[in-house]
Write a protein that binds this ligand. Structure first.
Ligand SMILES: N[C@@H](CCC(=O)N[C@@H](CS)C(=O)NCC(=O)O)C(=O)O
Length: 194
């Protein structure tokens, strides 16, 4: 299997960490998706022009959520239950808002200005992080590898890109520090040159 993606992307990193922790051999094809040279390689495989993209023989899948569902099914592991799906959707909502805001910043916009779009994203980011802090110790969160990986990838990307401050959320801080010690986290660290 091949994974089209990039090293910094938190969504791509979810798949890479899951694959490392589950001895699943997936080759990363690392692209700079905004460069003229690499963009067609992504666009040819995904009309939505987003990464990650998984290629398994004749099958092409985009979106980290579909990819993880596919890998769980392929390896005979149980899927997320509905409360776990809700938690994953909450992580995704925070991550998506931060991606949009980063793209706005890179477009020269002031994301701290008092505009409806920015206010909605900033509110969503703050509230989802607060909610995740409160639910991190729930059994359905603790027992779900995919949720742990997805949350770690979000938090480490927040730190790496200096996107927001979650130091007031003690459970998030504790979780982040513990997960950072895992080998798969170290092996996929976007700060390292690959
Ligand atoms: N829902 C998608 C989100 C993927 C996503 O937003 N990927 C970012 C990279 S982190 C991307 O490709 N952005 C390109 C763009 O928005 O144009 C998933 O879970 O895979």
């Amino acid at each position: 299997m091949q994974l089209i993606g990039s090293v910094p992307s938190p969504y791509v990193r979810r798949i890479r960490i899951w694959a490392l922790q589950n001895n699943c051999n997936i080759e990363l094809i690392s692209l700079d998706i905004f460069s003229a040279q690499d963009r067609p390689k992504m666009a040819n495989k995904n009309p939505a022009r987003k990464i990650p993209i998984l290629i398994d023989g004749d099958l092409t899948l985009s979106d980290s959520n579909s990819i993880i569902r596919y890998l769980l099914e392929k390896t005979g592991k149980s899927k997320l239950n509905w409360p776990q799906e809700h938690l994953l959707t909450t992580i995704n909502a925070c991550n998506d808002s931060l991606v949009e805001m980063l793209l706005c910043e890179r477009s020269g916009l002031d994301t701290q200005s008092d505009a409806l779009f920015f206010n909605l994203q900033n509110e969503r980011v703050a509230q989802t992080l607060h909610y995740l802090n409160d639910h991190l110790c729930d059994d359905e969160f603790k027992s779900c590898e995919c949720l742990n990986i997805s949350l770690y990838c979000l938090l480490d990307w927040i730190c790496f890109r200096e996107l927001t401050d979650f130091s007031a959320q003690p459970q998030l801080v504790k979780f982040y520090e513990a997960f950072s010690q895992r080998q798969a986290a170290k092996n996929t660290n976007p700060r390292l040159k690959f």
